[in-house]
Every structure is written in structure tokens, then in C-alpha cells.
Design a protein around this ligand. Structure first.
Ligand code: HMG
Ligand code: MG
Length: 302
């Protein structure tokens, strides 16, 4: 199969990237980051998360962020909503897309959202119906699709089962997430192909964390089987509070560099993303975790 000619890149840095930072990041910084990403040309930015502030304190300013960002025309701003309380906040915040997030692993489901997979789907039912009723896009995310920090192996059938349940809820897009970055290319292809038996391939996305350094290889492997939506995090920010040791998502700058080299269009300005990566990394007081981003920034100084 030839590679897709266009890829949709969902920038998840402001949510997945920042949620795990120990030091509180002021809302103004998050807003400035989202605005920079909007200007860089992203059509979909995961901007915030309406979850319990006791569970994820960093996301407590989500309503402020959503209220003050400068929205781009037609840009989809997504937020995480684990239940109706989250959905109500998302509606008030004028989110364009809500994300219900489940897991292919029972153990991770309990740790992350405090319920079983079946209970989570029951909770999501009301959120999904409310999203449809209000004309919002609905995305489903499946954690631990390549392996779980608590139970280890996750079978293809357990991923497929959650894909089918999320499809039944009416998801417009479903993320296959390697939460702890353990997947390798052939495994990723097998999971994507199995998921595509339950849900249209064109609406499946790859959400890869780079813990074991496999994320770019996994993206390439996914392209080979026709996946054309990927998540990435500017400056490689991130990690999940309920997946200890997991590093950030694959860095957006690295993915863009790969896409440019492959002649795949994204509509996103790599230089502007490098700037956004340097901006947030300076604020966090550390170097960006993006090879391409740092190389491009260094080359500018020559
Ligand atoms: P719970 O304790 O079972 O919920 O948590 P509850 O309904 O019993 O409520 C307990 C308290 O939480 C109450 O407050 C509620 O008001 C409050 P209290 O009366 O104690 O003061 N509460 C909320 N507050 C604000 N917004 C809400 C909300 N819901 C309840 N929406 C719950 C269940 C799901 C809420 C909790 O477990 C939670 O918030 N978990 C969030 C976990 C999370 O955000 N994890 C990171 C995101 S997932 C991720 O990163 C993976 C992903 O990137 C893909 C991948 O890489 O795998 C997507
Ligand atoms: Mg993630």
C-alpha cells in the first residue's frame, strides 16, 4: 500500500503534554501556547481536560484556557470529558470536540478513571448522547492498546472489543493509544489492522508515547497500513499521571520533519511549531524533548 499523501496531526501538548507537570503552569502560559499552535496551522488542538482537579490538578484551569484562547476559523479544540460533569463544563467552554477516554486494559481503567471498562462505557453513553445532541464531535481514546503498566500484555481482541463499543456510541474518531510507549512496528500494524475490522481506518488515529524510542517507527508502520491521523505533542511534552515512567508523546516537530521528508502534507508550519516548543520549554526551564526541534533551533544560531 502506498503511504497517505496527507496526514491530520492533532496537537495534544496543551493537554496530554502539560497534565503531568508537577509545578502549576499559569493559565496565561497555556493560552499563549495554544494560540501559538493555532497560528502554526493545526486544525485540531487538544486544549484542555475537564476531569477531577483532585486527580489531575494541572488541568484545573481548563475553563480559563478555553475561555481566553483566540480560536482559529474552523479549528477543532478538543477536551477530555470522562463523565457528564466533564461534559457540562465542556459545553459551557464551547469545546468543539469531546473525548471519552477508556482503556483496553481493565487494570489501567481502574487506575485512570476509577471504574471497569464496562462501567466506563456506561458512563460514556450519556456523554456521547449529549455530544450528538449538541452537535459536537465525539472522539474515543483507547489507552494501553499496546501494553499496560499494570497487567502487561493486552490482546488484540481486547482492543477490538473497546473499538466496537466506542463505535456503537457514535464516535467520529477513535485513538489507538500506546500510553507507555512499548509497542513496536509490526505489533502496531497488527493492532491497527484489527481495529480497522471494527471501525473505518480513515477515522482511526495513532497516539504514540515515545518511552522506548519507538514512536516514529510506529508512525511509519501505521502509515504503511493506511493510518492518516496522528497525535503529537510540541517539544515532546508529557506523560500520564497514571502511567508512571511513561514519557511524553512523540514530539510534533519530529513528526513534521518526518512528514516533510516523506512528501506528506499536513498544512502545519514546522518553524512556527519549533518556536512554540522553545517557548514552552523555556517556561518549564528545560530543553525541548524534540530532536528535530532542537536541531532546527540550533541551526538558526549558526
Ligand atoms: P471518581 O472519584 O470515581 O468520581 O473519579 P466521582 O464521580 O465519585 O466524583 C468524585 C469527586 O470528583 C467529586 O468531588 C466530583 O465532583 C469530582 P467532591 O465531591 O469529592 O469534591 N468530579 C469532577 N470534578 C471535575 N470534573 C469532572 C469530575 N468528575 C467528578 N469531570 C473520575 C472518576 C473519572 C472523575 C476521575 O477518576 C478522574 O478525573 N480521572 C481523570 C484521569 C485523567 O485525567 N487521566 C489522564 C488523562 S487520560 C490520558 O492521559 C491517556 C490518553 O492520553 C491516551 C493515552 O495516552 O493512553 C488520553
Ligand atoms: Mg497520552
Amino acid at each position: 500500500m502506498s503511504l497517505p499523501t496527507h496526514v491530520k496531526l492533532v496537537e495534544v501538548g496543551p493537554r496530554d503534554g502539560l497534565q503531568n507537570e508537577a509545578r502549576t503552569i499559569p493559565a496565561e502560559i497555556k493560552i499563549a501556547l495554544v494560540d501559538r499552535l493555532t497560528k502554526a496551522g493545526f486544525r485540531n488542538i487538544e486544549a484542555a481536560s475537564f476531569v477531577s482537579p483532585k486527580w489531575v490538578p494541572q488541568m484545573a484551569t481548563s475553563a480559563d484556557v478555553m475561555a481566553q484562547i483566540v480560536r482559529g476559523d474552523g479549528v477543532v479544540y478538543s477536551v477530555l470529558t470522562p463523565n457528564m460533569q466533564g461534559f457540562d463544563a465542556a459545553l459551557l467552554a464551547r469545546a468543539d470536540e469531546v473525548v471519552i477516554f477508556g482503556s483496553a486494559s481493565e487494570a489501567f481503567s481502574q487506575k485512570n478513571i476509577n471504574c471497569s471498562i464496562a462501567e466506563s462505557i456506561d458512563r460514556f453513553r450519556a456523554v456521547a448522547a449529549a455530544a450528538k445532541h449538541n452537535g459536537m464531535r465525539l472522539r474515543g481514546s483507547i489507552s494501553c492498546a499496546m501494553g499496560c503498566p499494570y497487567q502487561g500484555t493486552v490482546s488484540l481482541d481486547s482492543v477490538a472489543d473497546v473499538v466496537a463499543r466506542l463505535q456503537a456510541l457514535g464516535c467520529d474518531e477513535i485513538d489507538i493509544a500506546d500510553t507507555i510507549g512499548v509497542g513496536t512496528p509490526h505489533q502496531v500494524q497488527a493492532v491497527m489492522q484489527r481495529a480497522a475490522q471494527e471501525f473505518p481506518l480513515a477515522q482511526l488515529s495513532g497516539h504514540f508515547h515515545d518511552t522506548y524510542g519507538q514512536a516514529l517507527a510506529n508512525i511509519y508502520a501505521s502509515l504503511e497500513v493506511g493510518v492518516a491521523i496522528f497525535h503529537a505533542s510540541v517539544a515532546g511534552l508529557g506523560g500520564c499521571p497514571y502511567a508512571k515512567g511513561a514519557t511524553g508523546n512523540v514530539a510534533t516537530e519530529d513528526v513534521l520533519y518526518l512528514m516533510q521528508g516523506l512528501g506528506i502534507t499536513t498544512g502545519i508550519d514546522l518553524d512556527a511549531v519549533v518556536d512554540a516548543g522553545q517557548f514552552i520549554s523555556q517556561h518549564l526551564g528545560r530543553k525541548a524533548v524534540s530532536r528535530a526541534g532542537n536541531a532546527i533551533a540550533a541551526a538558526r544560531l549558526r
